[in-house]
Design a protein around this ligand. Sequence first.
Ligand SMILES: [Zn+2]
Length: 128
Amino acid sequence: MATMKYCSECGARISRRAKACPKCGFPFDGSAAAKAQGHSSGTVSHSGGKKGSKNSALAAVLSFFIPGLGQAYNGKWMKGIVMFIASMIIWSIVVFGAVFTLGFGIICLPAGFLPNIYAAYDAYQDAK
Ligand SMILES: [Zn+2]
């Protein structure tokens, strides 16, 4: 009267006529299709997790010339847009300062490169 069997997945004692393990859901139909379906959830997340193969040097170069472009390249669009707007504000202050104060503004010009350098560094870190 062997009407019971053991689940090959979790070892639970279950009815021989059961189509799937009531404890872990492992299918016992014997059909390969049912087995593949039960394990397909594992392969979906696997294909989505293949990231991090970005070119960090390219991201840095992009962000140095146009702050935020490297972030967009990394898939971080919001960060890229915020960085682009911030750098435009800083650049306009520096450029207007250089035009209206002449001598003093020229000293401030290198400050305009700070967001570019920061964006390049940030894009490089994100791409790694
Ligand atoms: Zn089981």
